[in-house]
Design a binder for this molecule. Structure first.
Ligand code: NAI
Length: 253
């Protein structure tokens, strides 16, 4: 394992589960000192430093970012990963749910980035990576609200990259396809036929399987690393080929 992140410090929001937890572990394994900011940081144990933070609450975010930066001695890498889902067409979700999901998924990125910027400006290897989604670039059925939130994250990533490039801060995002995390596990459990739902999700991906949290973490770690020093304002798809490939139906046996 390369130790290219030795001497760097990282904050990972939503880092107590799924993609965030895999990312926190990988950044640590590659040498970074890592703090996890989560409403329930209990899942982040061992070498990961847990801080309670609700990304919908500006005070909570500022206090956790300041405490984490204090303990770590600064912030070089910010991974904005906390997010929640929503299912339905535009007719299905009440306004309160729209406000809630946009608050977590979009304003959450705003609040954490805003709180971390003073620290990132002092870093000589500053990088922000947002967990976006394939839903930002492809029309998925029954994901109107979730897709709108991730479309905003994609645009915000580009705007942040432009605003801060001359301060030496890079900003990128990853666009995962369907990832095998506790979140997707919950979706499957709630489905009428979990096995059929899983098969449908796997079948949607040209690779024929779900993406692993570790595969998304590897992409995030790359974008966060000094090796990506010339990469800013990009969206890296980790989606089993959904975004770019157009396969013909399989021939009948
Ligand atoms: P997960 O549900 O396993 O983990 C999400 C974490 O975020 C949890 O630890 C949770 O406590 C935390 N969190 C939720 N609300 C929070 C808040 N208000 N403040 C602080 N922390 C909060 O989810 P998963 O699957 O790892 O998703 C992580 C990110 O990846 C999300 O942004 C999601 O939109 C994105 N994503 C997930 C995909 C998937 O198929 N699982 C696909 C594409 C993107």
């Amino acid at each position: 394992m390369t130790t290219d992140l030795e001497g760097l410090t990282a904050l990972v929001t939503g880092g107590a589960s799924g993609i965030g937890l895999a990312t926190a572990h990988l950044l640590h394994a590659r040498g970074a000192d890592v703090a996890v900011l989560d409403i329930d940081p209990g899942g982040a144990r061992g070498p990961l430093r847990g801080f309670v933070a609700d990304v919908t609450d500006d005070r909570s975010v500022r206090s956790a970012v300041d405490s984490a930066a204090d303990v770590l001695g600064g912030v070089d890498i910010l991974v904005n990963n906390a997010g929640i889902g929503a299912a339905g067409t535009v007719e299905d979700n009440p306004d309160a749910q729209w406000h809630r999901v946009l608050d977590v998924n979009v304003l959450g990125v705003v609040r954490t980035t805003r709180a971390a910027l003073p620290y990132l400006r002092r870093s000589t290897s500053a990088s922000v990576v947002n967990t976006c989604s394939i839903a930002a670039t492809a029309g998925l059925p029954h994901r109107a609200l979730y897709s709108a939130s991730k479309g905003a994250v994609l645009s915000l990533t580009l705007a942040l990259a432009a605003d801060h490039v001359r301060e030496g801060i890079r900003v990128n995002c990853v666009n995962p396809g369907t990832v095998d995390t506790p979140w997707v596990g919950r979706l499957l459990t709630a489905a009428a036929d979990p096995a059929a739902e899983r098969a449908a999700l796997e079948g949607r991906q040209p690779t024929g399987r779900l993406v692993s949290a570790e595969e998304v973490a590897a992409a995030i770690a790359y974008l966060a690393s000094p090796a990506a020093g010339s990469v800013t304002g990009t969206a890296l798809a980790v989606d089993g080929g959904i975004a770019g490939l157009r396969l013909r139906p399989e021939p009948n046996p």
